[in-house]
Design a protein around this ligand. Structure first.
Ligand code: ADP
Ligand code: MG
Ligand code: MG
Length: 208
């Protein structure tokens, strides 16, 4: 992954998140406070502007900058979580113009670790971790199996989608939705859904 692919991914993610603002807000209205779509739109609009205005020399730099932007702009629970994830992802990448598949696996692991360290969620808590965790595992397994980036990204997106859909049945144990207790079951988690969009964007921009 080089600087051009990193920015293409983040632009595609921004486009997808912004296009699905209403859907994300609707999901958050059911089990939260109805602002996830608007929070993410605010953050990714700022990300798109930063990508337009900055000349990056290192691939890691792109993600560190995006993470900082999300922390500054998103607010809510998801801002610091996504912001820390992107920052950790960028910091874990080697310096220089591009990163290899093994670097991406390590950086994804670092990003997931940053999210769980900050938010304390474990799998099954009905959070974005339930899409993020399976996506990282699928990406890693694909790479170990000899897949290239397009195939690994497609597998990660599929796993994120399966994970996001599977949050519907779960009872929330972290975040605002946990205040609802068992009434949170029957609704797909908004953060897991936006995580799916972000992995799907990587699959889309790398698809052959
Ligand atoms: P807020 O809940 O502050 O309004 P958002 O609506 O933007 O923030 O984001 C809500 C999403 O954040 C949830 O759907 C969930 O996926 C994610 N989330 C909340 N708390 C946590 C946590 N502790 N760990 C991981 N993800 C979390
Ligand atoms: Mg909310
Ligand atoms: Mg809120």
């Amino acid at each position: 992954m080089d600087v051009a692919l990193a920015t293409a991914w983040l632009r595609a993610a921004a486009g997808a998140v912004i296009a699905d603002t209403d859907e994300l807000t609707k999901l958050d209205a059911a089990i939260g406070d109805g602002d996830h779509g608007v929070n993410m739109r605010r953050g990714f609009t700022a990300v798109a502007a930063v990508l337009d205005d900055t000349a990056f020399t290192g691939v890691g730099e792109v993600f560190v900058k995006v993470g900082g932007t999300l922390i500054a702009k998103v607010g809510g629970a998801s801002g610091p979580l996504y912001g820390s994830a992107f920052r950790a992802f960028g910091k874990a990448l080697p310096p220089g113009e591009s990163a290899g598949l093994g670097d991406l696996v390590a950086a994804l692991r670092a990003a997931l670790e940053a999210v769980t360290r900050l938010g304390g969620a474990t799998p099954g808590d009905k959070t974005l971790v339930d899409a993020f965790g399976p996506a990282v595992t699928a990406f890693e397994e694909a790479v170990i199996g000899g897949a290239g980036l397009p195939e690994a990204a497609a597998g990660a997106a599929r796993a994120a989608g399966d994970g996001a859909r599977a949050t519907t049945a779960l009872t929330a144990r972290k975040g605002r939705a946990s205040y609802l207790g068992e009434r949170s079951a029957g609704h797909q988690d908004p953060g897991a859904t936006s995580t799916w969009l972000i992995f799907q964007a990587l699959a889309d921009v790398t698809a052959p």
